[in-house]
Design a protein. Structure first.
Lengths: 199, 132
């Protein structure tokens, strides 16, 4: 399945995606904006009824729709390949659309804020349970490095193979380096898989 | 690009001027389920003239999509430009695919299948990111 092949006359490029996940306020949209070639775009989706607890609908009356917003950016890699970055809400009530979010995703960056590690637990659980490769980016934009990497790893109960990278989500180079850490992680996994194919 | 909230009255930000499903003729689910957020949509050929039979049935939003997709654009980008929810946008794009006005290119489904992207893709992304 070569990505350069084109079965279409107009040679549409192939789109790939990296998810930027983590709890509320950890800097997802900031990171997307720092590395995207366009200002972060926002799109909306309706919360499906299936994702809303039945009890929640009581007393809602005529208000039948609620939307969730997704911020995303774009990096044109070359004429054949476009990389999209999607800031993904970590809350469980948004997970109804994660099949679509995960579709075409190479992997994820889970951003954490050392002052509120717990808001990113759900994102880490999500990727671990689905076997989706991810790296953890520790957003140090407030300049506070009050915990060692080892302490953060322990608090997150992180698999030793999952890379942990310090970053400043506002900084383009730092944001790029977190994405590169994910690509390196994927390449290493690729090499392991080729060396020991799962039968 | 204008932020989507610009020009909206905050008190009514949740209430679009036109109910989105009016644009889709009451349809609430796309007939095709193969459109994803990053499926790339491209116009196949020049849009037919406005007075042709094919174009008359199209909503203004359909025409906007045709104008936007002269260059390949992801479903999410189209939804963002139209200020419409993704599910509504997918219905409109489905109409245009059905009518033969646009073609779509889906992403590879590696993560979903528990697989990994090919090494050539990873190398291309790495090289592209290094140039940032």
């Amino acid at each position: 399945m070569g990505f350069a092949s084109s079965d279409h006359g107009a040679r549409a490029p192939l789109a790939v995606k990296i998810l930027i996940a983590g709890g509320f306020g950890v800097g997802k949209t900031t990171l997307v904006g720092a590395v995207s070639e366009v200002a972060p775009l926002r799109t909306e989706e309706y919360l499906t009824h299936a994702s809303i607890g039945v009890d929640d609908l009581e007393g809602v009356g005529g208000k039948s729709t609620t939307t969730v917003a997704l911020d995303f950016g774009r990096i044109t890699i070359n004429g054949d390949l476009v990389l999209y970055l999607f800031g993904t809400p970590g809350q469980e009530r948004f997970w109804f659309m994660w099949n679509d979010l995960v579709n075409g995703a190479m992997g994820a960056v889970v951003l954490v804020d050392t002052r509120r590690l717990e808001v990113s637990f759900a994102s880490i659980d999500f990727f671990e349970s689905r076997g989706i490769p991810f790296v953890v980016g520790v957003n140090c934009f407030h300049g506070v490095r009050d915990r060692t990497q080892e302490e953060i790893r322990r608090a997150l109960d992180l698999d030793p193979q999952v890379p942990l990278v310090l970053c400043d989500a506002r900084d383009r180079a730092a944001g790029r380096d977190v994405l590169l850490a994910l690509i390196d992680h994927l390449m290493a996994a690729h090499t392991r898989a080729s060396a020991h194919p799962v039968s | 690009m204008k932020h989507w909230t610009e020009g909206f009255d905050d008190d009514h930000a949740d209430e679009p001027l036109v109910r989105p499903y009016t644009i889709t003729g009451g349809r609430t689910a796309p007939e095709r389920d193969d459109l994803t957020l990053i499926t790339l949509v491209t116009v196949i050929s020049e849009a037919p003239a406005d007075n042709s039979a094919g174009m008359r049935r199209l909503q203004p939003e359909h025409r906007t999509i045709l104008a936007l997709c002269k260059q390949p654009l992801a479903v999410a980008e189209i939804a963002s430009a139209l200020h419409l929810p993704v599910s509504v946008t997918k219905i409109l794009i489905g109409d245009l695919i059905e009518a033969g006005h646009v073609r779509s290119r889906p992403p590879l489904a590696f993560a979903q299948a528990g697989g990994l992207p090919g090494m050539s893709i990873l190398e291309a992304v790495r090289d592209g990111l290094r140039k940032l």
